[in-house]
Ligand binder design. Sequence first.
Ligand SMILES: [Zn+2]
Length: 847
Amino acid sequence: MNDHVRLGRRGLLGGLLGAGLAVGLGGLPAYATTTAGTAGAGAPPLASLPLDRVQLLESRFLANMRRTTAYLRVVDLDRLLHTFRLTVGLPSTAQPCGGWEAPNVQLRGHTTGHLLSGLALAAANTGDAELAAKGARLVAALAECQVAAAKTGSTPGYLSAFPETAFDDIEAGKNVWAPYYTIHKIMAGLLDQHVLLGNAQALTVLLGMVDWVDTRTSRLSREALQKVLHTEFGGMNEVLANLWFVTRDERHLELAARFDHDEIFGPLAERRNTLAGRHANTDIAKVVGAAAQWEATGEERYRTIATYFWDQVVQHHTYVIGGNSNAEFFGPPGQIVSQLGENTCENCNSYNMLKLTRQLFRNDPDRAAYMDYYEWTLLNQMLGEQDPDSAHGFVTYYTGLSNSASRQGKGGLVSDPGTYSSDYDNFSCDHGTALETQVKFADSVYFTRGDVLWVNLFVPSELDWREQGLRLRMQTDYPYDPTVRLTVDRGGDAEIRVRVPGWVERTGQPAKLRVNGRSVGVVCRPGAYVAVRRTWAAGDIVELSLPMATVWRPAPDNPAVHALTYGPLVLAGRYGDTPPATLPTIEPSSLTRVAGTADFTVLADGRRVRLSPFLDVHHEHYNVYWAVRPGRPAPKLVARYAFDDSAGLVDSTGRWADAALAGGASFVGRDGGGAVALDGQGGHVVLPAGLPTNLTELTVSVWTRLESVANSARVFDLGSNAQTYMFLTSRTGRGTARFAMKLGGMETEDFVDADRPLPTGVWTHVAVTVAPGVARLYLDGEQVGINEQMVMSPLLLGATQQNFLGRSQNVKHPWLHGAVGDFRLYGVALSAGDVAALHAGTFHRYE
Ligand SMILES: [Zn+2]
C-alpha cells in the first residue's frame, strides 16, 4: 500500500462522474442501501456503510485481502481482453490465457466480470487510485468491444468474449456452457464499477447490455425462455434487480423476472425441497436474485423462495464448515458423512450463499442466525480457500472434506481437486469469485439503521460512522482469542448492537459484555444481538468475552461421526503427505490443548495427530470428520426379518419398523421358514432406515435362492447412496459373489470375493462378518473369502437411508431375480462355528 496514492471518495469520483446519471453511493453489494426498496413493510432494510468508512486493521482478513489485491494489481488486462477483442475484430497481440479463459473455452470472459467487481470493491474500500484507474481502463476497453461488436453484426449492446452465436445455439436447444452466466458476471462487474466508484461509462455499457438482453429475450415465448433457463445463467435476475435500485426503471424489474426459473422457483414457493440432484451453484445464484427481487418488489413469493431455500440449504445440505454440494450437486437432505469427497463444498456456492445471507439479514436483522452462518462460513471456508503462502492469493476450487482431501499447489490447473489456482492457467469460477470474496470483508462487519449500529463480525477495523458522529475501533485476535474490544475514538449518541454468536450456546458457558470494565446488566443471549444505548464518549470501551471451548458435533446422518470445533473454528487433523485410508477413529478423551495456541493433539487410529483451525491447514492432507466409538455396546442381534408365516414383515427384536414389500415382491414358502419372491423386474424389500447405525462390527445372515444370476444384482444393499453402502452381489464382472463396503470419498471400496458366484435354483445361506480390519464371506456355512485389510468400518455407514433386499443403490444395476429369506443383522462378528450353526438352523443365541 505504501507506494499507492490513497484518495478520498470525493477526489476519486471527481473525474469519473458522468452527467445526468443516478449514482448510488451506498456501500455495496447491497444496492438498496441508500434508497431502500419496498420489501420491508415496516422498518427499511439495514444499510451497509460506504466501503471507505470501514478500514481493516492487521488481521487474517486484511492479509488475505492484500494478497488478492496484489493479484488485482498485476493481472494483465490485455491478456484478459484478448478474446473479447478478437471476437469483435479488434487487434490483439496479447498472450492468450489458459484455463477457463482459454480461447476455445465457452466460459471465457467470466473472469473479466469478477475482475471489474474485485477492482471496484478493493478500490472503494482502500481508496487506492491505481486500482480505480485500472478498473476504468477495463471499462473503457470493454466499451470499445461493445461498439465494435455492433459494427460486426452483433445485436446492439452485445458484449462478450465469445460470439453471439452461442445464444442462437442455446435458444435452438444445443449444448452450450452457460453463456448467460458469463454475461451476468460482466454486467455485475459493470454495476459494481458504477455504484462503488461512480464510473459513468460502466453504467452506459451496462445499459447497452440490458438492451441487448431485452432484445434477445423479448422475442422468445415464455416456454422457450424457460428452456433457455435450463442452462446455468448465474444471477441475471439479481443484477437486473440490483440495477433497478440505481435506475428505478421498472423495465429492469420486468427483465429480471424473465429469468425467474419456474423449475426451481415453483417448488420453493410451495416450500418443497426438490434440491437433491440439482447443480448447487446454478440454483443458489438464482435465489440470490430472488432475494434482490424481494427487496425491490416487496413480493412475498420471492421472500418465500429465498428464505425457504436458505433454511433448507443451511439446515439440511450444509457441511460443518458452512459449504454445500458434493461434486457440485446437492444430495438428499441430511446426507453429509455419506456424501464426503474431495470435491465437496464448491467455494462459489458459499460466495453466493453469503450474498444471499447478507441480503436476507439486512431485511430481517432480528434473525442473528443469518450472521452466525455468515461468520461461520467466512471463517471455516472462505478465509481458508486462499493459500496463505501465495503472494497472489490463489484459491482452491472445492474445499474437499473426505479423508483423502488436501489443499496443495499442483500447478494451478482447474482439473485437480485441492489444487490452488494460478496467475493465468486456471481462471475457474472459484478463482473468479475469490477476486470478490477476499476483498470485501469490510462490507458486512457493520450495518446501520437510524442511530443503531449492528456489529456483526469480529474483524479488526476502524469505523467512521459520521452520520452519528461516531468513530469506533475494533481490536481482537478473534477467532483465536475470545475477547473483542470496541474502543470509541469519537463519541456520539447511538445504540450499539453486538452479535453474541450462536455457537456460544454449545460451550455451556456465558458470554459477557462490559462497558468500561463494568457489567451493564444486559444478558448476552447466544444467537442474538446484545444492545447498549448511550451517549458514547471518546475512550469508552465495549468488551465482549466469548467462552471458547471444544465441542464435538455429530453428523446428521451418522451419530458415530463427529467434527470437532473450538469456539467458531472447525479443527482439522494434519496429515502431511499421508492421508488416512478412511475417516480415522478418534479417542475424544485423549484431546490435549497445545498451550498458547488454538491447536490440539488427539489419538486417532492409535497415533497422535495434530489438530489446527481448518483455515490454517494448507499444503497438506487433512481430515475433518472423525469416527467415535459409541459409549454403549450394540445389541447382539440388531434386527431380524424372518418373512415367515408368524413374523411376516415384522422385526422380531421389536426395535425396528416393519419391512415393506415393493415393486411387486410377494411372500413365498421356504423349507424351515419364510421368504420373499423377487421377480427381477423391480420387486424388492425395503428395510427401515438406520439399521446398521453405531455398529463397530457386524454379521449379516440371509437365505437366498436365485432364478438367474445377473452381474451387480444385489442380495442386500444397505446404504445412503451410490457412494456409501454395504452390499452383497450374486456376481461381479470377475465371475464371483462379492461383499463390499464403502464410504463416500474413499478411493476404492473394501470387498471380499467368494470363490464362485451364488448358485441358481437352490436355497443358499449367505453370511458376512465384519470385525475391525477383517471381513469374511460364507456360503452354506463354509468360509469362501476373506479380506484382512479392511479399512472401512461399519461405524462409518451411519444411519443409512436406503436399505434394500434385491435392489442396488445404483439405479443402473439389475434387480435380483429369485427369493430372499430370514434376514438377520447382528452387532457382532460371529465366529465360523456360529455361522455354521446359522446355516444348520441351530443358532439361537441372542434371539
Ligand atoms: Zn465455482
